[in-house]
Design a binder for this molecule. Sequence first.
Ligand code: C2E
Ligand code: CA
Ligand code: CA
Ligand code: CA
Length: 273
Amino acid sequence: LAKEKEREFYLYSKEVAKQFEVGLIVREQLPSAIEKGQLYLLYQPIVSTRDVRVRELEALVRWNHPELGNIPPSLFISVAERTGDIVRLGEWILRKAVRECSELIKRNPVGISINLSAKQLKEDEFLEIIEAVVSEYGIPTGRIQFEITERELVEATAENINILVKLKDKGFSIAIDDFGTGYSSLSYLTKFPIDTLKIDMEIIRSMEENLRNVDLVAAIIEMAHTLGMDVIAEGVETEKEFQTLRLLRCDFVQGYYFSPPAKLEELRAMLSL
Ligand code: C2E
Ligand code: CA
Ligand code: CA
Ligand code: CA
């Protein structure tokens, strides 16, 4: 038993060491990754359940590292949040998404959805940047949605809230991301100017296991509608999930069932946008 524990510990510490190493590499190299052109955006369609049309494209950042290969955003975004690099990275993502999609937005009734970290909502500068970007490309603010996670909203400061209110006043949409991932207080739902609620894929997946969870999703959708919000279900992978969500009057769905995150060019061709 002792030997086994020893081996477990050995494997565990190797795993920790590896993560630590990747953490260090990310920390050191992320700032220059932008200049070196190692970052790019994929987009995933958000589809209306009513007419099965694309309403938005969510921008999802990718880092193709020359030695490590694809580093997942779940790994480098959290590092960038800790180091503060997220502010510069977030600005790059915003500019890139608007620039790449501006023609498509003008030609089609489609918007873009961009993930924001709470750290980005600290600088008043963010408001100036976003206003400059939309006016440069002539995009109506209503075509841009910002996603902020439930976790970050729960922890939001007065300054964060203030910036969200200002964004909303300027016509941008605000979505709450990863809804239902275990944060007990719901009071924030009425404290913030939220337009859309995105139900986390874990909850969508749980519908398969237990019929009670279908009731739970039904209740979330009803609550959101009562509060005047639209609902997007995340991580929809099967026809059955799609049909169930449609019956529950979920407004939009996103997931592999329609498309994984893909290059803009591919989506443009596939969806004739
Ligand atoms: P998220 O915002 O919840 O994004 C959804 C994630 O689920 C994406 O992972 C997407 O590829 C994946 N996904 C989509 N449909 C399905 C499905 O049907 N099944 C399954 N199993 N997965 C699906 P990704 O791209 O790895 O992003 C992970 C997280 O990284 C995002 O979660 C978001 O929190 C963060 N992130 C990604 N891009 C950005 C960004 O530009 N800025 C910020 N601040 N965060 C970002
Ligand atoms: Ca998101
Ligand atoms: Ca999400
Ligand atoms: Ca998530």
